[in-house]
Design a protein around this ligand. Structure first.
Ligand SMILES: [Zn+2]
Length: 132
């Protein structure tokens, strides 16, 4: 879907395509939510927009590698807040449970639990208790 005047997909057109039913490329709701959160993160972070937004395979090439990393991190935080991921991990909750609660994929839930610091805190607490 190309913009009639510019000849390329604008971010707005790509976001619209992401939300059309059925989802593009056989994606599933968790993937679509993740893609949308990533793109929203680009806007929220004031990244420069380009005409190389999501390609046909769903890969985002909006900007620099640093901006992509930042959008991935912020997008993940928009879907699963760090405090929630941390508390869930410390309480011994599973990534499956967190994934279901926040409608994200299990790998996304695992990643959020890991980067929140919750998994390592829980691991250290268990190690401490086993030494006592
Ligand atoms: Zn991106």
């Amino acid at each position: 879907m190309a913009h009639p005047q510019h000849g390329y997909d604008t971010p707005e057109l790509r976001l619209r395509r992401l939300t059309e039913c059925p989802p593009p490329h056989g994606t599933y709701p968790e993937r679509t939510r993740s893609n949308l959160a990533h793109e929203v993160a680009h806007f929220a972070a004031e990244h420069e927009l380009s005409d190389a937004w999501l390609d046909e395979s769903g890969q985002c090439g909006a900007s620099t590698k640093d901006n992509e990393k930042e959008a991935n991190e912020l997008g993940g935080a928009l879907l699963v807040p760090a405090a929630a991921a941390k508390a869930h991990a410390i309480s011994g909750g599973s990534s499956d449970e967190l994934a279901e609660k926040y409608c994200v994929s299990v790998p996304m839930a695992e990643w959020r639990m890991r980067v929140s610091g919750g998994l390592i805190i829980a691991q250290r607490a268990r190690a401490k208790r086993s030494r006592q």
